[in-house]
Design a protein around this ligand. Structure first.
Ligand code: HEM
Length: 515
């Protein structure tokens, strides 16, 4: 009896051990399945970990900083195993042109990402081909040049109200005419939230300066997906994507997405009831909703979730990017008084000539300001990567590349924007590079901040116009001064492909008005 029991126990233990060993072997085989594919392409690669690809120590460094280090070590073309996914990283502007523009029909997809939420899963970047085309063509008219011109007035009003708010706060501050230790990026993000809501949704929010305002809270919450607290688990999901289903949200925060939907549905409803038309994003979404029953929308499974996700992008996608770029510019201007002086001269001439009002019509008279914005967007483009997926095998002799169908191509924007062959002294803030007289020296595909080709950022014109206008008014009236603790320090962990920085603290002063 005892011997039989022992036998059963041994057999059971052996069975469990075998199942365990087979399961572990299968997992290891699965994790390493694609290893060797990049090596076969004859490109330098970032050596992969036994199990977790080249990205096993994800977020030990801020990802854009890591990309720049890889680029400096391996050059403009190299390979990275993102978990089990073999990816080609490209920083060479000519290759970027071929892939995103000239041969874009070979690379007309991005990876399908799983946000663990039906609304966030409609994020246009990651929609499949035909559906993406329908969504993109419906949303693009929101940023036509005539619409952007119409938005000028609310943009200027929001900036002037903001300056007035600052003035009021200065009057009651400990040090008159000065606000000390202001987190410039957070302040700008709040004012841009107000600006976006005025120009895209045609409504004004109360209590704009208060960081606890529900709209500011929504923006902050969206950027804080809960899973970011566990970066090492996130790196495991690259090798074992099914783990994503167990995480509370790795890319954006689903509960904040739900809060937004509730608010925005109310705004759409109110607009319908009022019968008013403002030719803005709310009208666009209402018109879109009326078309949901059409064959085309049904065929591509365009639903209310698709519309809500698009509205969410209009509401939120620009503020953090624009405030990061603008606070970066203000920081560099404060560090480079000669550049700041030249810029202030340009501004004072244009404001004086136009009786203190600058709008769309006058922006072409501010090329140095535009160059400063482009240079800040080169150094700190916020989006640290964008990607394309190869949908048809692509061969190119010039670069000796043979890209198989299914491979992900990453454009590490930070690294590409620092290519020393195209940007002399790449870490230096040198707006002159973008001045019209230096146009011939600049490769048209060297600055990747907004991407290129059919999938480039549709919000570029809106974002550039906003930053151009807002910076003109802010710099005319306010001085951003460095403090001992002012620094541009990037958070090691950000949601999605974003590289937010720690608060940029500066002192804010009123500029002396010429009498
Ligand atoms: C400074 C501000 C901004 C920066 C730096 C930025 C950057 C980018 C980048 C790099 C991409 C990927 C492009 C590519 O793959 O080639 C992108 C895509 C996108 N951006 Fe922006 N963006 C900004 C503002 C905006 C704004 C204000 C909107 C508008 C609502 C917007 C909407 C989008 C959308 C919808 C996509 C996906 C495009 C697609 O796949 O069809 N962005 N953006």
């Amino acid at each position: 009896m005892y011997t039989n029991f022992k036998m059963v126990f041994v057999l059971l233990a052996a069975g469990i051990l075998t199942i365990f060993l087979v399961a572990v072997s299968c997992l290891v085989l699965y994790a390493r399945w694609n290893y060797g594919k990049l090596e076969k392409m004859g490109i330098p690669i970032v050596k992969p970990h036994f199990l977790l690809g080249s990205t096993y120590d994800l977020f030990k460094k801020a990802p854009p900083v890591q990309d720049v280090e890889w680029f400096n070590k391996m050059g403009g073309i190299f390979g990275v195993y993102e978990g089990r996914d073999p990816q080609l990283f490209i920083c060479d502007p000519e290759l970027i042109r071929l892939i995103t523009v000239k041969d874009s029909q070979y690379f007309d997809a991005k990876r399908r990402l799983e946000f663990n939420d039906p609304m966030l899963n409609e994020m246009p970047d990651f929609l499949p081909g035909e559906k993406w085309r329908v969504v993109r063509s419906t949303a693009t008219p929101a940023f036509s040049s005539s619409k952007i011109k119409l938005m000028n007035m609310p943009m200027i009003e929001a900036t002037q109200d903001f300056i007035r708010d600052i003035d009021e706060n200065m009057k009651t501050s400990k040090t008159p005419e000065k606000l000390e230790k202001v987190a410039v990026d957070e302040l700008l993000c709040a004012m841009l939230t107000d600006l976006v809501i005025r120009s895209c949704f045609s409504i004004k929010i109360g209590d704009r300066f208060n960081q606890n305002n529900p709209y500011h809270k929504l923006v902050r919450d969206l950027m804080s997906p809960p899973a970011l607290k566990y970066p090492s688990i996130v790196s495991w999901t690259y090798t074992f994507p099914f783990l994503l289903k167990l995480l509370p949200g790795t890319l954006l925060s689903p509960p904040a997405g739900k809060d937004f939907v509730q608010v925005f549905k109310g705004i759409m409803e109110q607009r319908r009831k009022s019968g008013q038309k403002f030719n803005d994003v709310v009208d666009l979404c209402n018109e879109w909703q009326d078309k949901l029953g059409t064959e085309e929308m049904k065929k591509h499974n365009v639903t209310e979730n698709t519309i809500m996700c698009e509205a969410l992008i209009f509401f939120w996608v620009g503020q953090d990017q624009m405030s990061t770029i603008m606070s970066t510019m203000f920081y560099h201007l404060a560090k480079n008084p000669e550049i700041e002086k030249k810029l202030l001269k340009e501004l004072s001439i244009v404001f004086e000539k136009n009786n203190g009002v600058v709008d769309h019509e006058h922006l072409s008279e501010l090329p140095y300001l535009l160059s400063c914005i482009k240079e800040a967007s080169r150094l700190h483009p916020y989006f640290y990567r964008t990607e394309r997926v190869c949908t048809k095998p692509w061969k190119n002799e010039q670069f000796g590349l043979n890209i198989p169908k299914g491979m992900t191509i990453q454009i590490p924007i930070w690294a590409a924007n620092r290519h020393p062959d195209y940007f002399e002294e790449p870490e230096k803030f040198m707006p002159e590079r973008f001045m019209p007289e230096n146009k011939d020296k600049l490769h048209p595909y060297a600055l990747s901040t907004f991407g290129f080709g059919p999938r480039k950022c549709p919000g570029e014109r809106f974002a550039m116009e906003t930053m151009h206008l807002v910076s003109a008014y802010l710099l005319k009236d306010l001085k951003f001064e460095l403090r001992a603790d002012s620094e541009l320090k990037f958070k090691p962990v950000g949601p999605w492909m974003f590289a937010p920085h720690e608060p940029v603290y500066m002192d804010l002063l009123k500029r002396e008005k010429k009498s």
